[in-house]
Design a protein. Sequence first.
Length: 92
Amino acid sequence: MHALGSLIFNVVQIYIWLLVASALLSWLLAFNVLNPRNRFVYTIADFLYRVTEPALGPIRRFVPNLGGIDISPVVLILLLIFVQNLILEYWP
C-alpha cells in the first residue's frame, strides 16, 4: 500500500512540474522569446497544452478574469499540493 501512495505522490509531483513548464513556456511565447513556428517549440507547447488543459479548463470557468493574468495554474498547483499532503497524512 505504501508503494501505491508513493506512486500517486510522484505522479502528482510530475504533473505540478508540467504545469510550471506550461506556464513558463506560455510566457516565453507571449513575449516572443521563443518562436512558435519552430517545430520543436511547437511540439513541446502542444504536448504541454494537451496534458494540462483538461485540468485547467474547468478551473478557468470558475476563476474570475483578471485582465491578462491567468491564475488557474496557481489554483491547480495549490489543489495538487493539498492532495499530496493528504496522501502523506492519511496513506498508511
